[in-house]
Design a protein around this ligand. Structure first.
Ligand code: MP5
Length: 207
């Protein structure tokens, strides 16, 4: 039997928990996050999403045609998301023209490197990146304003359905994958768990 996305979540509960739970999210939920911490995350996540857009486009280029519909839906949504980040930054008078912090840089480089990976690895990585935010923003429970809007962006039911479809596509891709490629997909999942954990922590450091 081939590897599935659900098996990855079940096999590494601790590592996954560290990817999707962090004081940053709890402090947003309690309304006690420091504005500079939240703003650091916001600006760096915008820079992340730029690199993620490229990653998604590369994934589309590697995907079988029956996966296009879901991936094109994702690319369409990214257009709105990039504009939304720009609006949020403007509201908070934040410059988006800043250097990437180390955790953001590392994440971007990792995604760029996946362009050369077999499609099943890219499909699992895409699912892992999206389910990480889908779960992370829902876990602390209902968030206080102004963070509610952020929690709803990644926690809403439409986004959850998109994540489920990505999981199905990744599972389908894994079905035809060699054991070596399945191992690469598992490694990508673990690497993304690590990169997500570091990304939350980044908000607490000033570089
Ligand atoms: C996502 C994100 C979700 N925005 N930032 C990180 C660090 N991980 C995952 O991606 P998207 O494109 O916002 O749905």
């Amino acid at each position: 039997m081939s590897l599935t996305c659900q098996q990855l979540l079940d096999k590494y509960p601790q590592k996954w928990k560290a990817a999707i739970s962090h004081p940053f999210l709890d402090n947003c939920s309690a309304g006690t996050i420091k504005p500079e911490q939240f703003n650091t995350w916001l600006v760096q996540d915008y820079l992340f999403v730029i690199e993620f857009t490229r990653f998604l486009a590369q994934g589309l280029a590697s995907a079988p045609v029956e996966h296009f519909d879901v991936l094109l839906g994702g690319l369409h949504a990214i257009k709105d998301e990039l504009q939304w980040f720009q609006t949020k930054a403007k509201e908070r008078q934040l410059s988006l023209d800043v250097p990437k912090q180390a955790a953001c840089q590392a994440y971007g480089e990792y995604m760029a490197g996946l362009a050369n990976a077999p499609y099943p690895v890219q499909a699992v990585a895409l699912w892992a990146i999206e389910i990480a935010y889908n779960q992370a923003w829902q876990l602390p429970g209902k968030m206080a304003a102004p963070y509610l809007e952020f929690a709803e962006r990644w926690g809403n039911s439409q986004f959850s359905e998109y994540v489920q479809l990505l999981g199905k596509q990744a599972d389908a891709a894994l079905e035809n994958a060699t054991p070596q490629v399945q191992q690469q997909a598992e490694d990508a999942f673990l690497k993304i768990a690590e990169l997500e954990k570091d990304f939350w922590q980044m908000a607490y450091k000033t570089e």
